[in-house]
Design a protein around this ligand. Sequence first.
Ligand SMILES: Nc1nc2c(ncn2[C@@H]2O[C@H](COP(=O)(O)OP(=O)(O)OP(=O)(O)O)[C@@H](O)[C@H]2O)c(=O)[nH]1
Ligand SMILES: [Zn+2]
Length: 306
Amino acid sequence: MQGLIIKSTGSWYSVLTNDGQRTECRIKGIFRTKGITTTNPLAVGDVVDFEMEPDQDTGVIVNLHPRKNYIIRKSINLSKQGQIIAANLDQALLVVTLASPRTSLGFIDRFLVTAEAYSIPAKLVFNKLDLFSDEGLEVLADYKSIYENIGYPCYEVSALEGTNINQVKELLKGKVTLFSGHSGVGKSSLINALLPDLDLRTHQVSDWSDKGMHTTTFAEMFELPEGGFIIDTPGIRELGVIDIEKQELSHFFPEMRDRMHQCRFHNCRHINEPGCAVLKALENGEIELSRYESYLSIYHGNDTRA
Ligand SMILES: Nc1nc2c(ncn2[C@@H]2O[C@H](COP(=O)(O)OP(=O)(O)OP(=O)(O)O)[C@@H](O)[C@H]2O)c(=O)[nH]1
Ligand SMILES: [Zn+2]
């Protein structure tokens, strides 16, 4: 039988089949992901084949279907190993806010670079719209235009008051969407506003602990009433890590990627080279200073994630 992993606790996986049934499954055999060593062989979003165990209501996963993408984070202790957070994502949504705690542009840009590197379409949701004065709304419009001009769709919502939640619903329909955002932006509030059954999240957690299974910070997938899934990543503020070569970095800034073939030198770093099309666009105001500063910051390896 084929199914979708919607939850994992490390040794058990909840597998959802097309008929809406969930089966708790274990793994049989070895699942390796080419080119990387992982602490977990399977993750939410994985499509697998499983067989029922004789005389049991549990199953055994016997095959993993190829992943179209996955996001991974480095293990804290084992530097060479990674933990796959989620697989087969259609899009990644970053929940941000200009109200407290304000999301920095640097944080947004790092997220977008990572999403580009993973080839996962990224979108921004500006939350806490209800807190803005007219002046604040102008600033919000400026921020949005920075990102919309580069091609990242932006939404403004209030999870608290339900404003524009339908736009987000529309965006999620039929898709597998990863939700990210730093603590306090209202990610949980937004997810709760999207899921009609408010008890769902807490209910599921207690379900698992009743069985005495240990729950760490594995991602969870929630089915939306309109079709599609939300993946929540508790404790993971970012999209995971990816090693980006310095020479590659500008490829992950769409506005730089669009112009770099016009640079005089094919190996232009866009820092101080003569005939640099990126620097020219920056001078003309076609490239935002904040975006370019993020480029430099990442290029030089400065960690300004807050
Ligand atoms: N005014 C206003 N407050 C909001 C809104 N959304 C969330 N909040 C508040 O912001 C705070 C943080 O919201 P959470 O949903 O817990 O934020 P989170 O991003 O999930 O944060 P963590 O749980 O720490 O990961 C809470 O006090 C919410 O009530 C909003 O649209 N407007
Ligand atoms: Zn250049």
